[in-house]
Design a protein around this ligand. Structure first.
Ligand code: ADP
Ligand code: MG
Ligand code: MG
Length: 918
């Protein structure tokens, strides 16, 4: 792009700048752009660049020309004036096209008709729609009828009036459609194909009337005027409201401009052995290596995606026109080889000849993305690195997404089937329009299935808010299918059994089943099935062979280790299955929260005397030991970092307010008791509650997050952390004796001063040694600390003298660095900060590189210079965020630790970080 802009400036001073490139002049375009293919795409737009590229490859493309994006920019800059010489260049180039085709624009015997197609570097909604059949007029029509018959000619003529009228002049399309609809009724036919020549003739006449009514002029009869005005309209559409808004949202620069492609028409509607279609070179849902797409015989252009007629699957073409199918397959493979990616192609068959009208990299599901990447490596098309790079970390998420519960499905009522265009399960209540879907989902927190006849770009906000999408019309390449796939929304489209009544807010399925807006539906997007009601979902098994292979390659590439945060043996097992190489954080307090343990924990906290406390701790010890044994077994051979108790103690006690209320209630009730035993019991209860209340009050802090927690607790109640260390080492010794390869690492949380660590660690290491002596066995272990307070990061050199490892607790480190309480901020001013651009990212989601990142950098450097083999990782929630993973890679951390479900994502993200670094 920089090249494009540089040369643009350079060339502006030249008087004979080249604005127009024939499809067979791609070499010239590339030379101008210093050989860069990206440059050609900037100059000619994606569509134009690929049309020219296909021409160079020898793929049959109808001849044509591209007016460059530079011309567009010059036109807009000059206040909507073609730059000098541009139109003359178009006319010159058209002569070449005419010569190649043996036809001439406006010629009565051999008229050349063209399409006028917009095409920017990035495809975007809001750009001008294509106008087909430019060059048609009364005189041409009259002569053409003699050769091809009137039906085809009037079909073509009415189309150009409709498209030119709608797209260039802004005549509302509904008006044209209403005329067709009325004529269909009058003729007593159901589809456009059944319409007669006379029907189209009547329609053409009425279209001319409509055109005149809306524009106060006749439909232009001069073919070159049609072409010129269409070209201008494309240029202007670059600054259209929707295009502008889209670029803002998508971060596409506003100065790229759009190109215009003027291309010889080929006719899919000329006869019954003509047709048009769209197809992907591989299955866009599953990634299987087979052509996937739809076509229509005797149809033109957008008819396929518009959903007005039921399309045929591309496999039918193999039966109906085996030669054409074979040719298409060959071209698809050639293009795949050339672009080294799956292609999405438009084609037209004109009297037995196949033409390709467009190719681009195809949109696909995550499942297909992974499979295609792996297959293409095995086919020798791309490298492992490229395959790894191509799959986005978030796409891995799909493999961990819910599917409908198989058992429930057996019992469920299947009401309809359609095309399975985007996999996964979606369960929600029906909403019949995008605004309702968005409102219900966003404001009322409901799960919604958006149901439409078909979708348009205006519906996207509703689709995004919905769990899944269901349409009654449209094929595999319909808008609904493409959007759903792109955003990973399960979708079933083209369910013809559905009859939608948007006014009555209900839909009918088959004869008599009626479903009203707000009722539950379940979709299986993987198979294309619609079920009645609210079915349960399950998370799928993580053993897609393609994904496993791809992640294996990612593992070869990445330098960061990927560990998991897991508190329970079952989480550790899952983490390991997902590829975790260690446990980076086991939160021991979670073990305390389990219902049957709470009373013991409370007793431990409540006890005023050491003896009582010891009794409670003795009860907790075997429970904790059991938990740790499970973890060590699950992680046999791998490190397990266990963090000693972290949260403030009052979190284990009932809330202060509740206790006060309870006590008040109890006292009132006691006044009504009569028997002595009743009163005695009540008084005893009051005493217990009173004790609780006092203790809770004593432990209550104004700022518990900055209060007695982390290491401070261990210093205050040394027996507690000692018991935990004992449990860890008893478990480790026991497992080790049984042959399990244990690597316990004890982590002390929330230190800010090295002396805190020294005090705690000395006592705890002594306990560890004592246990090992008792057990008569040594295990390798580490003691280390979390770095989650800025002071700890800044004094990391001192701390590393004591600690054998660091783990960044980036949640707390972010809170304390910014001085922002995460729980309060995320729903409040942080959002505002992001909207106002004060913060680019939410620092709790992605590590703040300059502040928190800088502290980490200091800590790593100072820590490692004090202790060369210091192990450094991160265990905050950032550990599963790709952007933060890249920061961790650049800081040379040993590992990131994240929730088990994010482990596969982190493996891929770590590989991306390593690739970006090379
Ligand atoms: P979009 O970007 O919306 O897909 P296109 O420019 O690709 O718009 O054109 C819309 C439809 O018209 C496509 O189906 C395309 O194949 C068809 N089309 C465009 N130009 C021609 C042409 N010269 N001959 C036949 N069909 C064409
Ligand atoms: Mg297209
Ligand atoms: Mg913390």
């Amino acid at each position: 792009m920089t090249i494009a802009m540089a040369s643009e400036k350079e060339l502006k001073t030249e008087s004979n700048q080249k604005y127009v490139y024939l499809f067979n002049e791609v070499d010239q375009a590339q030379e101008k752009m210093g050989g860069s293919w990206e440059g050609v795409r900037s100059l000619l737009g994606g569509k134009g660049a690929n049309l020219a590229d296909m021409t160079r490859l020898g793929v049959p493309v109808p001849p044509g020309l591209t007016v460059s994006t530079e011309a567009c920019n010059a036109y807009l800059e000059a206040g909507e004036q073609f730059p000098d010489g541009m139109w003359e260049q178009v006319l010159e180039a058209i002569k070449d096209v005419e010569k190649a085709m043996g036809k001439k624009i406006g010629d009565l015997q051999k008229p050349l008709l063209v399409s006028c197609r917009s095409g920017a570097k990035f495809s975007m909604p809001g750009m001008m729609d294509t106008v087909l059949n430019i060059g048609m007029n009364d005189a041409v029509a009259e002569e053409m009828i003699k050769r091809t018959g009137p039906k085809f000619v009037y079909d073509i003529y009415r189309r150009v009036i409709q498209m030119f009228g709608g797209v260039v002049m802004g005549v509302p399309d509904e008006v044209f459609e209403a005329v067709i609809e009325a004529q269909r009724k009058a003729a007593g036919v159901k589809s456009d194909t059944e319409m007669s020549a006379d029907d189209w003739k009547v329609i053409t006449e009425q279209f001319k009337q409509i055109y005149k009514t809306y524009t106060n002029e006749d439909f232009p009869q001069d073919p070159l005027e049609q072409m010129k005005r269409a070209t201008e309209a494309v240029f202007k559409s670059w600054n259209g409201k929707r295009a502008f808004a889209y670029r803002d949202a998508a971060g596409i620069p506003h100065d790229l401009g759009t190109a215009v492609n003027i291309q010889t028409m080929v006719y899919g509607n000329i006869s019954d052995d003509a047709g048009t279609g769209v197809a992907m070179s591989r299955n866009a849902s599953t990634g299987e290596k087979e052509l996937e797409g739809d076509f229509l015989m005797n149809a033109q252009g957008e008819d396929v995606v518009a959903g007005i007629r039921i399309t045929q699957p591309i496999s039918d073409l193999q039966k109906e026109m085996p030669n054409i199918y074979a040719q298409f397959e060959e071209i698809a493979q050639k293009l795949e080889k050339h672009y080294r990616n799956m292609q999405d192609m438009e084609f037209t068959i004109d009297r037995g000849k196949l033409w390709i009208l467009q190719t681009r990299d195809g949109k696909r599901t995550a499942q297909a993305e992974v499979r295609i990447a792996v297959d293409q490596v095995e086919e020798g098309l791309i490298s492992k690195e490229e395959a790894v790079r191509r799959v986005k970390p978030e796409q891995v998420d799909f493999f961990l997404h819910p599917q409908l519960d198989g058992e429930a499905v057996k019992e469920a009522t299947q009401i309809a089937t359609g095309l399975n265009v985007s996999p996964g399960a979606a369960v929600g209540i029906v909403a019949f329009d995008a605004d309702t879907a968005e409102k219900w989902a966003k404001e009322e927190g409901k799960k919604v299935i958006m149901v439409r006849p078909e979708t348009k770009p205006d519906d996207v906000h509703g689709m995004l808010a919905a769990e899944g999408i269901l349409t009654s019309k449209g094929g595999r390449t319909s808008h609904a299918a493409l959007v759903a796939r792109q955003f990973g929304k399960p979708a079933v489209v083209g369910v013809s059994e559905l009859e939608l009544d948007l006014i009555g807010r209900k839909m009918t399925v088959g004869e008599d089943l009626e479903i009203y807006e707000g009722e539950w539906l379940s979709l299986d997007g993987t198979q294309g099935i619609v079920y009645l009601g609210q079915l349960p979902t399950v998370v799928p098994d993580f053993k897609n062979p393609y994904l496993l292979k791809l992640l294996g390659w990612a593992d070869e590439i990445r330098e960061l280790g990927v560990w998991a945060n897991a508190d329970y043996p079952r989480d550790a097992e899952r983490a390991r299955e997902y590829g975790a190489q260690g446990i980076g954080l086991c939160r021991t307090e979670h073990m305390f929260f389990e219902a049957e343990r709470m009373p013991i924990v409370q007793k431990m906290i409540m006890s005023k005397h050491a003896v009582d406390r010891k009794e409670a701790l003795d009860q907790l010890l075997p429970l904790q030991r059991g938990d740790f044994e499970g973890l060590f077994r699950a992680m046999d051979g791998l490190p397990v970092i266990i963090r000693l108790i972290d949260p403030p103690l009052h979190e284990f006690l009932p809330s202060f307010e509740e206790l006060v209320q309870d006590l008040a209630d109890l006292k009132v009730r006691t006044q009504h008791y009569h028997t002595l035993s009743e009163i005695d019991a009540a008084l005893a209860e009051i005493r217990v509650k009173q004790d609780y209340l006092e203790r809770v009050e004593a432990l209550r802090e104004m700022n518990p997050m900055l209060g007695t927690r982390g290491v401070r607790l261990g210093i205050l109640i040394p027996e507690l952390t000692k018991m935990q260390v004992r449990a860890i080492f008893e478990a480790a010794c026991k497992c080790s004796k049984e042959g399990v390869d244990v690597h316990p690492e004890v982590m002390i949380p929330l230190i800010s001063h090295v002396n805190e660590l020294k005090t705690q660690q000395a006592a705890l290491e002594a306990e560890a040694k004592a246990v090992m002596e008792e057990q008569g066995i040594e295990v390798t272990y580490k003691f280390g600390t979390m770095i989650e307070i800025p002071r700890a990061a800044l004094t990391a050199g001192e701390i590393a003298e004591v600690a054998q490892f660091f783990s960044f607790g980036t949640n707390d480190l972010t809170q304390t660095t910014f001085g922002i309480s995460r729980d309060d901020a995320e729903s409040g001013f942080l959002m505002e900060y992001q909207q106002k651009g004060i913060l680019a990212d939410n620092p709790f989601a992605s590590i703040d590189p300059n502040g928190v990142g800088r502290l980490m950098e200091i800590a790593v450097a100072d820590g490692r210079s004090a202790r060369k083999d210091l192990e450094v990782g991160i265990c905050g929630e950032h550990g599963g965020d790709p952007k933060s993973i890249a920061i961790c890679h650049n800081l040379n951390l040993n590992y990131v630790s994240c929730s088990p479900f994010r482990v596969p994502i982190a493996r891929l993200a770590a590989a991306h970080a390593a690739l970006a670094d090379k």
